[in-house]
Design a protein around this ligand. Sequence first.
Ligand code: NAI
Length: 344
Amino acid sequence: MKVAFFDTKPYDKPSFEHYGKEHDIQFKFLETKLTPDTVELAKGSDAVCVFVNDTVNAEVIDKLDTYGIKIIALRCAGYNNVDVEHAFGKIHVTHVPAYSPYAVAEHAAALLLTSVRRIHKAYNRTREFNFSLSGLTGFVLHGKTVGVIGTGRIGRLFIDICKGFGMHVIAYDKFPAKDSSIEYVSLDELFERSDIISLHCPLTEETKHVINQDAINKMKKGVVILNTSRGALIDAQALLEGLKDRKVGAACLDVYEEEADIFFEDRSNHILNDDVLSQLISMPNVIVTSHQAFLTKEALDNIAETTVNNLLSFYEKDGVCDNELCYHCHRIEECKKDRAEKCF
Ligand code: NAI
């Protein structure tokens, strides 16, 4: 099996080479992202493997279809960059639903602690032998209220971590967990009561800009906003205004709406053309990491193993691929996947 592997980074290769060799899968590692301009590089492959910032829109899907590509294997959980509805009936789409929810939940916690105890400032100071404490006053997490939006795998682990710190947890989820002790509240109540807000829901039309000007107006002064989910959950311009007005006390962003052409690359010798991101990064109470939350040894290994298994289950087994992303699934009574068949 030949797989065109788009947007390859050095840390992707070892684990994919390892699992590829085990199962006779040949990965063609391409540094470029998948876009309508680069899709031709997939010609001659049986499948493509893509990541969060590859473009898998209708145009790309139609071209892949004409090249005879049968499967788009996402090596990530989120799939907002894929037009799954357009792919239906043409190309199967799989993803890695949970490669290490711990990695993301722990990164969110790391960002929170860094922010509230000013570790990022202290680290830079002591490296220059500046041992002053002025401006480093933090606050205690114990007893604070954290509002978690999205209580799936990652959200729930983040809740457990917060409980370990003695924080009071409230949450909002469109589909609340049934048998849990989580205190669910409305979004408005979450905005009004939370000292810290952490986003763990997927990016959909409904959740786009869930943190906007209106939401920020409802929040407590000094609120800390964490986003390790998807950039477009936050209206970055509104966040910037909230920070300038001192309404938002701090922001920790592992993702950013316009990250596609910026994150994952060394831009240190370039002038950043994104004024909003530049201003955010320049603020002492904003921490930006470059979509790094997943990046642990455990997650990379899990991503490669699951992606290879997704490919194998499609080509070698007649049965259903559990990790197929089918917009049709569960919307119709006769869901083929429920009968352990391929979705189309
Ligand atoms: P999950 O599918 O287990 O949980 C998502 C939760 O969001 C579910 O409980 C669902 O009911 C809820 N939800 C759906 N629509 C909602 C809405 N309109 N409002 C509120 N809640 C809603 O997903 P998981 O594994 O916890 O991942 C969460 C997100 O984390 C992913 O969608 C992905 O975007 C992001 N992620 C980020 C990574 C990073 O490196 N920064 C790595 C992996 C995932």
